[in-house]
Design a protein around this ligand. Structure first.
Ligand code: 13P
Length: 252
């Protein structure tokens, strides 16, 4: 059975002491509260080792925000799957729309990164989602279909089961505008049935599909209640323990 997951993507936020403080707040929260979902945190790369050390005690998953498809070599500024493993990270976000927009990430590139992550026992959180123009033109299903097919359909059934998908409509990221629960459900169900068409229902039912885009304490419950929404990838609201913990509690 697939897992419910609340993951925080910290993006390029927090200095070292600020990051440390937030990690300890989350650790304390997890220690003293009943939590009915998996919690994951993707801090800036620089803080991954600290996150691993802090979160080990409470089984909070530690993710990178991106990783290279290459295993090692002359790739300045990049980090490999092997490096992530060596600091005991659990996985990496791959294909976030900000990486696509500012760093030329493509679906093809994501396919290679996802394979590299899986080959090293890491969990990829693969992000897809349409932009505003595509949504207005009614192309959202088509866009997400292509992104899913290109990045994931080279995998075996056993491999794709280990992927987490995050549907993040670009128009809802950091804008305060959220997909309605019905819009989220429509796409999540579509992604799941598209995967089922190739790999079968049993495989598709194993895959956690998270929603991302302006999830806040006041809308999380309604979005997570949708049958094909298995949690969230949270940006802004993951930077504050009060907000992030309320979103986690949407599963209580
Ligand atoms: P916001 O929650 O700030 O809209 O960001 C969503 C996101 O991009 C998570 O990866």
């Amino acid at each position: 059975m697939r897992k419910n997951i609340v993951a925080g993507n910290w993006k390029m936020n927090k200095t070292f002491p600020e990051a440390q403080e937030l990690m300890f707040q989350l650790l304390e929260y997890k220690k003293h509260n009943t939590v009915n979902c998996e919690i994951a945190v993707a801090p800036p790369t620089l803080y991954l080792l600290m996150a691993r050390n802090v979160f080990d005690a409470e089984d909070i998953k530690v993710m990178a925000q991106d990783m290279s498809a290459h295993s090692s070599g002359a790739y300045t500024g990049e980090i490999s799957a092997e490096m992530l493993l060596s600091v005991h990270a659990d996985g990496s976000i791959i294909g976030h729309s900000e990486r696509r927009l500012y760093h030329g990430e493509t679906d093809e590139n994501c396919a290679l990164k996802i394979k590299a992550a899986l080959d090293n026992g890491l969990t990829p959180i693969y992000c897809n989602g349409e932009n505003l123009d595509q949504r207005k033109a009614g192309q959202h299903l088509e866009v997400v279909k292509l992104q899913t097919e290109t990045a994931l359909f080279g995998l075996t059934a056993d491999e794709i089961k280990k992927v987490v998908i995050a549907y993040e409509p670009v128009w809802a990221i950091g804008t305060g505008e959220t997909a309605t629960p019905e819009q989220a459900q429509e796409i999540h169900k579509f992604i799941r049935s598209f995967i089922a068409g190739k790999y079968g229902d049993e495989v598709a039912d194993e895959i956690s599909i998270l929603y991302g885009g302006s999830v806040k304490p006041d809308n999380a419950k309604e979005i997570f209640a949708q049958p094909d929404v298995d949690g969230g990838l949270i940006g802004g609201a993951a930077l504050d323990i009060a907000d992030f913990s309320k979103i986690i509690e949407a599963f209580n």
